[in-house]
Design a protein around this ligand. Sequence first.
Ligand code: ATP
Ligand code: MG
Length: 545
Amino acid sequence: MSSNFIRDIIINDLENRKHDSIITRFPPEPNGYLHIGHAKSICLNFGLAKEFGGKVNLRFDDTNPLKEDVEYVNSIKEDVEWLGFNWDDLYFASDYFDIMYEKAVLLIKKGLAYVCELTQEQIKEYRGTLKTPGIESPFRNRDINENLELFERMKNGEFEDGKMVLRAKIDMNSSNINFRDPIIYRISHSTHHNTKDKWCIYPMYSFAHPLEDAIEGITHSICTLEFEDQRPLYDWFVRECEMENIPRQIEFARLNLTNTVMSKRKLKLLVDENVVDGWDDPRMPTISGFRRRGFTPNSIRNFCKEIGVSKSFSTVDSQMLDYFVREDLQKTAPLCMGVVKPLKLIITNYPKDKTEFLEIENNAKDESMGTRMVSFSNELYIEQDDFMEEPTKKYFRLFPGNEVRLKGAYFVKCTDVIKDEFGNIIEVHCTYDPETKSGSGFTGRKVKSTIHWVDAKNNIPCEFRLYEPLILDDENSDKHFLEQINPNSLQILNGFAEKTQLENAKILDKFQFVRNGFFSVDTKYTTDEKLVFNRVVPLKSSFKL
Ligand code: ATP
Ligand code: MG
């Protein structure tokens, strides 16, 4: 891992013997699928534990039963593992509900917590603002025994949701608003995915999180910057709850990417509103979306390494991710020819009943990736874009009278254009020159361009799904993100590709389709009849690292 301020803190703590070894944690709330921002946090927490020979826990921060679900728990485990990380221990915050309850009772006994019957709105109103002090709740000075009794009755389910809360009794005049008697327990008669109906009161995040960290002996509790103001409260809870282990909270800047949204709440909206077809839609910035799109774990880890860790806010160009996956796939994805917008090409002087197999290399820069045999006959498909009846200036591909190379095969020269009754081009007729076979050493004449092709008689029909960014960023607009959806984010094309190369293709196998980009076999729509490909990225980009 490259150097950063958190790493420096850890090195310092180890050198000064503050800790013998470190324990970090990744603490997602199971209320959605993980996104690329979480990957940054995962790489950081798992990376540090690994580098310093420490431990890292995967902890589900499941204190809000209404939004949480086992589906999310399972997807999070799968995603962390897919990214290439193994946790030491797996915990659920809900496993600590008993201890948290005891600690809340301890605070009441110490005169540091009280049961408050103000409404949500009143509590908010009484809290004051940055400029004005808060107003004390009329329930603030309730007697300790009465508080103990009421809190127990809250636990026993005697009151309905929202009727009362338990609040820490700290300082209504504090300049840090987090200290103005924060809520630590609320009533919610709902079934929890883990504890089922055992509890009807649930701890609030700001109370629960520091206790979870302390219980697990976390040494460095790494979170994002919006929790910076909460750090004094975090320390207060650890101290006043008399926890044995004292974790240290450290904040870093969250990852933001261009042309996307990055919060589970917003991503869930995209799913619920059917803007995308699920959390793993290849346009989603979720880990499962990137996986289905064809990204490799390595490319995501390299991306996280490159963006680094700091305290200053920034938005990263999403093309940087493309750069890293391209770098990876260039080395590993075998070449293949596929035509995404087919146009029939007939070679009039090639024997009608002949098929030959041409040997073509799988990676022009790496011989060890071997070759494959590509079927060739008198009927081929080429890209519609590779033919123009009336060529524009500087168009060197196929047009009447012009000669081009068919990649790995022969030179062909266009002799005729066949149209249907509406004037649409349906076939292009050519002649080929047998002398010009690739690899034969022919030097007689040159052509200005090489185009790819697929045998029309022997191929695999494919669906190609091409993507553009999901969100059209417009910094000057204050439109809701759902109104900034790119209408062209998905384009579905039907074409053909080489049979031998793809015959045994499995879900998530990746190929470099000549001139068209890197593609990966889709996990959801691929059937025995049809291979469906997601374009991971085009081959080239103007983006520079
Ligand atoms: P979201 O708003 O997307 O739900 P969250 O912070 O509420 O995110 P959690 O499940 O609580 O999500 O996050 C687990 C961990 O991932 C936290 O430690 C959090 O700081 C970190 N994290 C979440 N989003 C980002 C991000 N964009 N960049 C870096 N770390 C992030
Ligand atoms: Mg959250």
